[in-house]
Ligand binder design. Structure first.
Ligand SMILES: NC(=O)c1ccc[n+]([C@@H]2O[C@H](COP(=O)([O-])OP(=O)(O)OC[C@H]3O[C@@H](n4cnc5c(N)ncnc54)[C@H](O)[C@@H]3O)[C@@H](O)[C@H]2O)c1
Length: 315
Protein backbone atom coordinates (compact mmCIF):
# COMPACT_ATOMS: atom_id res chain seq x y z
CA UNK A 1 0.00 0.00 0.00
CA UNK A 2 1.33 3.45 -0.90
CA UNK A 3 2.21 5.53 2.11
CA UNK A 4 -0.26 8.45 2.24
CA UNK A 5 2.04 11.34 3.13
CA UNK A 6 5.02 12.24 0.98
CA UNK A 7 8.19 11.29 2.89
CA UNK A 8 10.83 13.94 2.49
CA UNK A 9 14.44 13.86 3.67
CA UNK A 10 16.13 17.19 4.38
CA UNK A 11 19.89 16.91 4.96
CA UNK A 12 21.27 19.88 6.86
CA UNK A 13 17.72 20.32 8.18
CA UNK A 14 18.83 21.89 11.47
CA UNK A 15 20.61 24.74 9.69
CA UNK A 16 19.39 28.18 8.65
CA UNK A 17 17.76 27.26 5.32
CA UNK A 18 17.04 23.64 6.26
CA UNK A 19 14.94 24.54 9.30
CA UNK A 20 12.74 26.85 7.22
CA UNK A 21 12.38 24.15 4.58
CA UNK A 22 11.36 21.53 7.21
CA UNK A 23 8.74 23.96 8.54
CA UNK A 24 7.37 24.62 5.09
CA UNK A 25 7.21 20.91 4.15
CA UNK A 26 5.40 20.05 7.40
CA UNK A 27 2.91 22.85 6.71
CA UNK A 28 2.29 21.23 3.31
CA UNK A 29 1.46 17.90 4.97
CA UNK A 30 4.71 16.05 4.32
CA UNK A 31 6.37 13.54 6.60
CA UNK A 32 9.77 15.14 7.21
CA UNK A 33 13.02 13.43 8.16
CA UNK A 34 15.68 15.92 9.19
CA UNK A 35 19.26 14.64 9.06
CA UNK A 36 22.04 16.74 10.54
CA UNK A 37 25.38 16.30 12.30
CA UNK A 38 25.10 19.75 13.97
CA UNK A 39 28.39 20.99 12.54
CA UNK A 40 26.84 24.44 12.10
CA UNK A 41 23.19 23.63 12.74
CA UNK A 42 21.42 23.77 16.11
CA UNK A 43 18.60 21.98 17.86
CA UNK A 44 17.21 25.42 18.74
CA UNK A 45 16.42 25.93 15.04
CA UNK A 46 14.06 22.95 15.01
CA UNK A 47 13.01 22.70 18.67
CA UNK A 48 9.57 24.08 17.79
CA UNK A 49 9.04 21.18 15.34
CA UNK A 50 9.97 18.38 17.73
CA UNK A 51 6.41 17.89 19.04
CA UNK A 52 5.06 17.32 15.53
CA UNK A 53 4.49 13.57 14.96
CA UNK A 54 5.39 13.99 11.28
CA UNK A 55 8.82 15.38 12.08
CA UNK A 56 11.81 13.14 12.83
CA UNK A 57 15.37 14.13 13.63
CA UNK A 58 18.35 11.87 12.98
CA UNK A 59 21.89 12.80 13.99
CA UNK A 60 23.93 11.58 11.06
CA UNK A 61 26.91 12.69 8.99
CA UNK A 62 26.11 12.55 5.26
CA UNK A 63 29.66 11.48 4.45
CA UNK A 64 28.41 8.05 5.60
CA UNK A 65 25.67 6.13 3.74
CA UNK A 66 22.10 6.28 4.94
CA UNK A 67 19.48 3.58 4.43
CA UNK A 68 15.90 4.84 4.64
CA UNK A 69 12.75 4.96 2.52
CA UNK A 70 11.84 8.40 1.15
CA UNK A 71 10.10 9.93 -1.87
CA UNK A 72 12.13 13.15 -2.11
CA UNK A 73 15.54 14.32 -0.88
CA UNK A 74 16.65 17.92 -0.36
CA UNK A 75 20.44 17.83 0.02
CA UNK A 76 21.41 20.95 2.00
CA UNK A 77 24.07 19.55 4.34
CA UNK A 78 27.20 21.69 4.09
CA UNK A 79 28.60 24.60 6.07
CA UNK A 80 27.82 27.71 4.02
CA UNK A 81 29.91 30.66 5.19
CA UNK A 82 33.71 30.99 4.73
CA UNK A 83 34.33 31.11 8.49
CA UNK A 84 32.56 27.76 8.89
CA UNK A 85 33.64 25.94 5.73
CA UNK A 86 37.29 26.91 6.14
CA UNK A 87 37.40 25.60 9.72
CA UNK A 88 37.84 22.04 8.41
CA UNK A 89 38.28 22.29 4.63
CA UNK A 90 38.86 18.57 4.09
CA UNK A 91 35.58 17.78 5.84
CA UNK A 92 33.87 20.48 3.72
CA UNK A 93 34.92 18.79 0.48
CA UNK A 94 33.96 15.39 1.90
CA UNK A 95 30.55 16.71 2.91
CA UNK A 96 29.88 18.08 -0.58
CA UNK A 97 31.32 15.19 -2.56
CA UNK A 98 30.82 12.07 -0.39
CA UNK A 99 27.53 13.59 0.82
CA UNK A 100 26.34 13.94 -2.79
CA UNK A 101 27.48 10.40 -3.65
CA UNK A 102 25.66 8.97 -0.62
CA UNK A 103 22.46 10.91 -1.20
CA UNK A 104 22.45 10.17 -4.95
CA UNK A 105 23.03 6.50 -4.14
CA UNK A 106 20.07 6.58 -1.77
CA UNK A 107 17.90 8.34 -4.38
CA UNK A 108 18.84 5.70 -6.94
CA UNK A 109 18.08 2.80 -4.56
CA UNK A 110 14.64 4.07 -3.56
CA UNK A 111 13.72 5.93 -6.78
CA UNK A 112 13.50 9.30 -5.03
CA UNK A 113 13.66 12.71 -6.66
CA UNK A 114 16.66 14.67 -5.40
CA UNK A 115 17.39 18.39 -4.99
CA UNK A 116 20.88 19.86 -4.58
CA UNK A 117 21.54 23.13 -2.76
CA UNK A 118 24.32 24.43 -4.97
CA UNK A 119 25.64 27.96 -4.82
CA UNK A 120 26.51 31.11 -6.73
CA UNK A 121 30.08 30.35 -5.60
CA UNK A 122 30.32 27.86 -8.49
CA UNK A 123 30.75 31.02 -10.61
CA UNK A 124 33.84 31.90 -8.52
CA UNK A 125 35.06 35.42 -9.18
CA UNK A 126 32.82 36.00 -12.20
CA UNK A 127 33.74 37.94 -15.34
CA UNK A 128 30.05 38.00 -16.35
CA UNK A 129 27.41 40.21 -14.70
CA UNK A 130 24.74 39.35 -13.84
CA UNK A 131 25.55 35.63 -13.70
CA UNK A 132 23.57 33.36 -16.03
CA UNK A 133 23.47 29.58 -15.57
CA UNK A 134 25.43 28.96 -18.78
CA UNK A 135 28.43 30.89 -17.44
CA UNK A 136 31.04 28.30 -16.43
CA UNK A 137 32.70 30.29 -13.70
CA UNK A 138 36.22 31.27 -12.68
CA UNK A 139 37.25 29.29 -9.62
CA UNK A 140 40.76 28.92 -8.23
CA UNK A 141 41.03 25.15 -7.58
CA UNK A 142 43.81 25.47 -4.99
CA UNK A 143 42.75 28.51 -2.98
CA UNK A 144 41.23 28.58 0.53
CA UNK A 145 37.68 28.85 -0.87
CA UNK A 146 38.14 25.86 -3.19
CA UNK A 147 36.99 23.28 -0.61
CA UNK A 148 33.54 24.84 -0.87
CA UNK A 149 33.46 26.09 -4.49
CA UNK A 150 35.02 22.99 -6.04
CA UNK A 151 33.15 20.67 -3.67
CA UNK A 152 29.88 22.17 -4.86
CA UNK A 153 31.00 22.06 -8.49
CA UNK A 154 31.89 18.37 -8.16
CA UNK A 155 28.52 17.71 -6.51
CA UNK A 156 26.80 19.29 -9.54
CA UNK A 157 28.89 17.02 -11.81
CA UNK A 158 27.75 13.98 -9.84
CA UNK A 159 24.11 15.05 -10.04
CA UNK A 160 24.26 15.42 -13.81
CA UNK A 161 26.15 12.13 -14.25
CA UNK A 162 23.52 10.28 -12.19
CA UNK A 163 20.89 11.95 -14.36
CA UNK A 164 22.61 10.93 -17.63
CA UNK A 165 23.78 7.51 -16.49
CA UNK A 166 20.94 6.38 -14.20
CA UNK A 167 18.02 8.59 -15.32
CA UNK A 168 17.69 9.96 -11.80
CA UNK A 169 15.26 12.84 -11.35
CA UNK A 170 17.51 15.72 -10.28
CA UNK A 171 16.93 19.39 -9.37
CA UNK A 172 19.94 21.66 -8.98
CA UNK A 173 19.49 25.16 -7.51
CA UNK A 174 22.29 27.74 -7.44
CA UNK A 175 21.55 29.80 -4.38
CA UNK A 176 22.64 33.43 -4.01
CA UNK A 177 22.96 35.42 -0.75
CA UNK A 178 19.97 34.72 1.47
CA UNK A 179 19.08 36.24 4.83
CA UNK A 180 16.42 35.84 7.50
CA UNK A 181 15.71 34.54 11.01
CA UNK A 182 18.06 31.73 12.20
CA UNK A 183 21.08 33.01 10.29
CA UNK A 184 24.19 32.46 12.35
CA UNK A 185 25.00 35.61 14.35
CA UNK A 186 28.77 35.14 14.03
CA UNK A 187 29.44 33.74 10.56
CA UNK A 188 30.76 36.96 9.07
CA UNK A 189 27.85 37.57 6.72
CA UNK A 190 27.04 41.18 6.10
CA UNK A 191 23.31 41.21 7.00
CA UNK A 192 23.71 39.40 10.33
CA UNK A 193 26.92 41.34 11.10
CA UNK A 194 25.27 44.70 10.60
CA UNK A 195 22.14 43.78 12.58
CA UNK A 196 24.06 42.33 15.52
CA UNK A 197 26.49 45.28 15.59
CA UNK A 198 23.58 47.73 15.51
CA UNK A 199 21.56 45.94 18.21
CA UNK A 200 24.62 45.81 20.48
CA UNK A 201 25.26 49.52 19.83
CA UNK A 202 28.68 48.79 18.36
CA UNK A 203 30.16 50.56 15.31
CA UNK A 204 29.16 49.04 11.95
CA UNK A 205 32.16 47.95 9.90
CA UNK A 206 32.15 48.60 6.18
CA UNK A 207 34.94 47.26 4.01
CA UNK A 208 36.11 49.58 1.23
CA UNK A 209 34.02 52.68 0.56
CA UNK A 210 30.78 50.71 0.77
CA UNK A 211 29.96 51.25 -2.90
CA UNK A 212 30.29 47.52 -3.71
CA UNK A 213 26.89 46.02 -4.36
CA UNK A 214 25.15 42.86 -3.18
CA UNK A 215 21.67 41.43 -3.62
CA UNK A 216 19.84 39.69 -0.80
CA UNK A 217 16.96 37.24 -0.95
CA UNK A 218 14.65 36.73 2.01
CA UNK A 219 14.50 33.12 3.17
CA UNK A 220 10.74 32.66 2.56
CA UNK A 221 11.18 33.62 -1.10
CA UNK A 222 14.06 31.19 -1.48
CA UNK A 223 12.14 28.28 0.08
CA UNK A 224 9.26 28.96 -2.30
CA UNK A 225 11.81 28.62 -5.13
CA UNK A 226 13.03 25.27 -3.69
CA UNK A 227 9.50 23.87 -3.60
CA UNK A 228 8.66 25.09 -7.10
CA UNK A 229 11.84 23.58 -8.49
CA UNK A 230 11.24 20.23 -6.76
CA UNK A 231 7.63 20.18 -8.03
CA UNK A 232 8.55 21.17 -11.59
CA UNK A 233 8.29 18.67 -14.47
CA UNK A 234 11.04 16.01 -14.61
CA UNK A 235 12.74 17.61 -17.62
CA UNK A 236 13.53 20.68 -15.48
CA UNK A 237 16.83 19.60 -13.95
CA UNK A 238 18.43 23.00 -13.45
CA UNK A 239 20.82 24.43 -12.73
CA UNK A 240 18.52 27.29 -11.83
CA UNK A 241 19.70 30.49 -10.15
CA UNK A 242 17.63 31.40 -7.08
CA UNK A 243 18.28 34.79 -5.55
CA UNK A 244 17.18 38.38 -5.55
CA UNK A 245 18.42 40.45 -8.51
CA UNK A 246 17.70 43.72 -6.67
CA UNK A 247 21.11 45.28 -6.01
CA UNK A 248 22.04 47.67 -3.26
CA UNK A 249 25.29 49.09 -1.98
CA UNK A 250 26.74 47.86 1.28
CA UNK A 251 26.57 51.43 2.59
CA UNK A 252 22.83 51.61 1.80
CA UNK A 253 22.30 48.35 3.65
CA UNK A 254 24.22 49.63 6.70
CA UNK A 255 22.23 52.87 6.75
CA UNK A 256 18.93 50.98 6.44
CA UNK A 257 19.84 48.68 9.35
CA UNK A 258 20.84 51.67 11.53
CA UNK A 259 17.57 53.45 10.75
CA UNK A 260 15.39 50.36 11.32
CA UNK A 261 17.05 49.33 14.60
CA UNK A 262 17.16 52.91 15.88
CA UNK A 263 20.81 52.29 16.75
CA UNK A 264 23.33 55.01 17.48
CA UNK A 265 26.11 53.03 15.75
CA UNK A 266 28.59 54.91 13.61
CA UNK A 267 30.01 53.56 10.34
CA UNK A 268 33.66 52.50 10.45
CA UNK A 269 35.50 52.03 7.16
CA UNK A 270 38.18 49.33 6.78
CA UNK A 271 40.24 48.27 3.72
CA UNK A 272 38.51 45.98 1.21
CA UNK A 273 39.78 42.36 1.40
CA UNK A 274 41.68 41.31 -1.74
CA UNK A 275 39.22 38.65 -2.93
CA UNK A 276 36.02 40.56 -2.22
CA UNK A 277 33.92 40.66 -5.43
CA UNK A 278 32.66 44.14 -6.35
CA UNK A 279 29.38 42.86 -7.64
CA UNK A 280 27.36 39.67 -7.33
CA UNK A 281 23.93 39.47 -8.87
CA UNK A 282 21.80 36.60 -10.19
CA UNK A 283 20.14 36.54 -13.56
CA UNK A 284 16.85 34.82 -12.67
CA UNK A 285 15.31 34.69 -16.15
CA UNK A 286 15.40 30.87 -16.04
CA UNK A 287 13.60 30.70 -12.68
CA UNK A 288 11.03 33.23 -13.89
CA UNK A 289 10.41 31.28 -17.09
CA UNK A 290 10.52 27.69 -15.82
CA UNK A 291 9.17 28.12 -12.29
CA UNK A 292 7.21 31.37 -12.55
CA UNK A 293 9.26 32.39 -9.52
CA UNK A 294 10.71 35.66 -8.36
CA UNK A 295 11.30 37.19 -4.93
CA UNK A 296 8.34 39.11 -3.52
CA UNK A 297 9.40 40.09 0.02
CA UNK A 298 10.58 43.71 0.23
CA UNK A 299 13.97 44.26 1.85
CA UNK A 300 12.54 46.31 4.72
CA UNK A 301 9.93 43.63 5.53
CA UNK A 302 12.54 40.89 5.50
CA UNK A 303 14.96 42.98 7.54
CA UNK A 304 12.23 43.70 10.08
CA UNK A 305 11.67 39.99 10.70
CA UNK A 306 15.40 39.35 10.86
CA UNK A 307 15.97 42.21 13.30
CA UNK A 308 13.13 40.90 15.53
CA UNK A 309 14.78 37.47 15.54
CA UNK A 310 18.20 38.79 16.56
CA UNK A 311 16.62 41.12 19.11
CA UNK A 312 14.97 38.09 20.78
CA UNK A 313 18.31 36.26 20.79
CA UNK A 314 20.36 39.15 22.13
CA UNK A 315 17.82 40.25 24.78
N1 LIG B 1 22.54 30.77 3.09
C1 LIG B 1 22.94 31.12 1.87
O1 LIG B 1 22.92 32.31 1.53
C2 LIG B 1 23.41 30.05 0.90
C3 LIG B 1 23.90 30.48 -0.35
C4 LIG B 1 24.34 29.51 -1.25
C5 LIG B 1 24.23 28.16 -0.96
N2 LIG B 1 23.75 27.77 0.25
C6 LIG B 1 23.70 26.32 0.52
O2 LIG B 1 22.51 25.98 1.20
C7 LIG B 1 22.78 24.94 2.15
C8 LIG B 1 22.31 25.36 3.53
O3 LIG B 1 23.00 26.54 3.91
P1 LIG B 1 22.67 27.32 5.26
O4 LIG B 1 22.87 28.77 5.01
O5 LIG B 1 21.39 26.85 5.82
O6 LIG B 1 23.90 26.84 6.15
P2 LIG B 1 23.90 26.20 7.63
O7 LIG B 1 25.33 26.09 8.03
O8 LIG B 1 22.99 26.96 8.52
O9 LIG B 1 23.27 24.78 7.37
C9 LIG B 1 24.02 23.67 6.94
C10 LIG B 1 23.56 22.47 7.77
O10 LIG B 1 24.26 21.31 7.33
C11 LIG B 1 24.71 20.58 8.46
N3 LIG B 1 25.87 19.78 8.06
C12 LIG B 1 27.11 20.20 7.71
N4 LIG B 1 27.89 19.16 7.40
C13 LIG B 1 27.13 18.04 7.55
C14 LIG B 1 27.38 16.65 7.39
N5 LIG B 1 28.59 16.20 7.00
N6 LIG B 1 26.36 15.79 7.65
C15 LIG B 1 25.14 16.23 8.05
N7 LIG B 1 24.86 17.53 8.23
C16 LIG B 1 25.84 18.42 7.98
C17 LIG B 1 25.04 21.65 9.50
O11 LIG B 1 25.10 21.17 10.81
C18 LIG B 1 23.89 22.63 9.27
O12 LIG B 1 22.75 22.31 10.03
C19 LIG B 1 24.27 24.64 2.08
O13 LIG B 1 24.47 23.51 1.26
C20 LIG B 1 24.84 25.88 1.43
O14 LIG B 1 26.00 25.59 0.70
C21 LIG B 1 23.34 28.68 1.20
Amino acid sequence: MKYARKRVLVTGGAGFLGSHLCERLLAQGCDVLCVDNFFTGAKDNIAHLMGNPYFELVRHDVTFPLYIEVDEIYNLACPASPIHYQRDPVQTTKTSVHGAINMLGLAKRVGAKIFQASTSEVYGDPEVHPQVEDYRGAVNPIGPRACYDEGKRCAETLFFDYWRQHSLRIKVARIFNTYGPRMHPDDGRVVSNFIVQALEGRPITIYGDGSQTRSFCFVDDLIEGFIRLMDSPDEVTGPVNLGNPHEMTIRQLAETVIRMTGAKSELVVKPLPADDPLQRQPDITRARTLLDWEPTVKLEDGLQRTIEYFRSKIA
